[in-house]
Design a protein around this ligand. Structure first.
Ligand code: UD1
Ligand code: MG
Length: 454
């Protein structure tokens, strides 16, 4: 597409009520990313491209998500929901700015790919005025049917307006269309609402183009790519398709997974070389895993950077703001949050490290807890390089453990510990020689006296 400018309009003003949710439909997530953000990240980007998103009134949250996904997104509000052509014209100013190509997509089809957008634009270069993305529907009910004559698209007939013969057509409109930028506004403005729903159908642009002697064509794709989401069941189906894609891409990128079907990835999960992921690992958004790291079974990672050759889990939980250096070991039942852990440090068992900085090669013993919250505020814990924190220690933040310091097991540390010092907070141990033996004998004698069997 070199040299051709493009405007993409994404329609998201419609409210699917069948999601049974207070969240606007396009903000539901697939692979940890809102539906509309998937569409926006597939849309053409970079020099010579523009992006417009059409939202309904009171859709501030949708606009915000759109801008977060693509900072170049212009937001347009469709005040009344009068049909897809009416929605496109809400972004009239963007169209009038003049682009070579115009793409129109729906915010609820998260599986659409950048390749398909590119394929759709290709016939415009050859002189087509309108290009429609079509698919062979297993069940075409509800979709606009593509009426063709040879390689030409003649019209799109909506379900409500289709004859019996047209209803038998299985080639359907996916909803994604490309227009020649010079012809677009003239075609879309000519659309009226003379149909059974009294809506302005964008799909009527095809028949209008034909009447004007302009060429309309179909580009076909797989039904999986154009699934529109209207229900929670369809959301789950789209998730399955997306997970299959992400797993395949990870395997192709060299990630080792013995049971990929049990690993859940986010759309933005990043892997280095020679990463291994054991079964039943879940990646939330914002995770990157460095070269040679191993993620053991049943771990859950969100917003975390895992350094090269690190070992995570089994049963580890890395929460947002976790940054692990090279060779860090985070073992079973260890939770980290906003924790920077430098190279070679270890927390192998049963710990919580929150709002913390752990220096290189420090050893965090089993059961160590950073007490970062006082019920009102969060406080930081600093643990110096090479420090040794004995098992079952509570580090009451804010607190600093100096480099190379040693914390005796079971200590509750409330004051800073200097470098290379020992800190021990523990009552003196009491003991009585022979006590256990005397206790046992006394109990057995009592039992015999009551006539119980030994
Ligand atoms: C539309 C197509 C149909 C196609 C189907 C694919 C039209 C007339 N029909 O039908 O040919 O097979 O999609 O899923 O285009 N929207 C607005 N404002 C409106 C109306 C719709 O923003 O006034 C947005 C919706 O948010 C949605 C999209 O446009 O993202 C499609 O609207 P929808 O009502 O779902 O159209 P369908 O009846 O599914
Ligand atoms: Mg629809």
């Amino acid at each position: 597409m070199t040299g051709r400018t493009n405007l993409t309009i994404v329609l998201a003003a419609g409210e699917g009520t069948r999601m049974r949710s207070s969240l606007p439909k396009v903000l539901h997530e697939v692979a940890g990313r809102p539906l509309i953000a998937h569409v926006l990240s597939a849309a053409p980007a970079g020099a010579g491209t523009a992006l417009a998103v059409v939202v309904g009134p009171d859709h501030g949250a949708v606009a915000e998500t759109a801008r977060k996904a693509r900072s170049d997104a212009g937001i347009f509000v469709q005040q009344e929901r009068l049909g897809t052509a009416h929605a496109v014209l809400a972004a009239r100013a963007a169209i009038a700015a003049g682009h070579d190509d115009l793409l129109i997509a729906f915010g609820d089809t998260p599986l659409i790919t950048a390749e398909t957008f590119a394929r759709l634009r290709a016939p415009l270069v050859e002189g087509a005025a309108v290009v429609v993305l079509g698919f062979r529907a297993a069940d075409p009910t509800g979709y606009g049917r593509l009426v063709t004559e040879g390689d030409r698209l003649v019209a799109i007939r909506e379900q409500a307006d289709a004859s019996e013969a047209e209803k038998a057509i299985t080639l359907c409109n996916a909803g994604v269309m490309a227009f020649d930028g010079r012809a677009a506004l003239g075609l879309i403005e000519a659309i009226d609402a003379n149909n059974s729903k009294a809506e302005f159908y964008l799909t009527d642009a095809v028949a209008i183009a034909r009447a004007r002697g302009l060429k309309a064509v179909v580009i076909e794709t797989d039904e999986d790519e154009v699934r529109g989401i209207n229900t929670k069941a369809q959301l789950a189906e789209a998730e399955a398709v997306m997970q299959a894609r992400l797993r395949r891409a990870a395997l192709e990128a060299g990630v080792t997974m013995v049971a990929p079907e049990t690993v859940y990835l986010a759309a933005d999960t990043r892997f280095g070389l020679d990463v291994a992921i054991e079964p039943f690992v879940v990646f939330g958004p914002g995770v990157s895993v460095g070269d040679g790291a191993v993620i053991h079974a049943f771990s859950h990672l969100t917003g975390a950077t895992v350094g090269p050759k690190a070992s995570i889990g089994p049963y580890a939980r890395l929460r947002p703001g976790t940054q692990l250096g090279e060779g860090v070991r985070i073992g079973n039942f260890v939770e980290t949050k906003a924790a920077v852990i430098e190279a070679g440090a270890k927390a192998n068992h049963l710990s919580y490290l929150g709002d913390s900085h752990v220096g290189a090669n420090a050893n965090i013993g089993a059961g160590t807890i950073t007490c970062n919250y006082d019920g009102f505020d969060k406080h930081r814990t600093e643990i110096g390089a090479g420090a040794f924190v004995g098992t079952n220690s509570s580090l009451v933040a804010p607190v600093t453990i100096g480099a190379g310091a040693y914390i005796g097991s079971g200590s509750v540390i409330t004051r800073d510990v200097p470098a290379d010092a020992l800190a021990l907070e523990r009552n003196a141990q009491a003991g009585r020689d022979g006590w256990a033996k005397r206790f046992r004998e006394a109990k057995l004698a009592l039992r015999k006296g009551r006539g119980k069997p030994e």
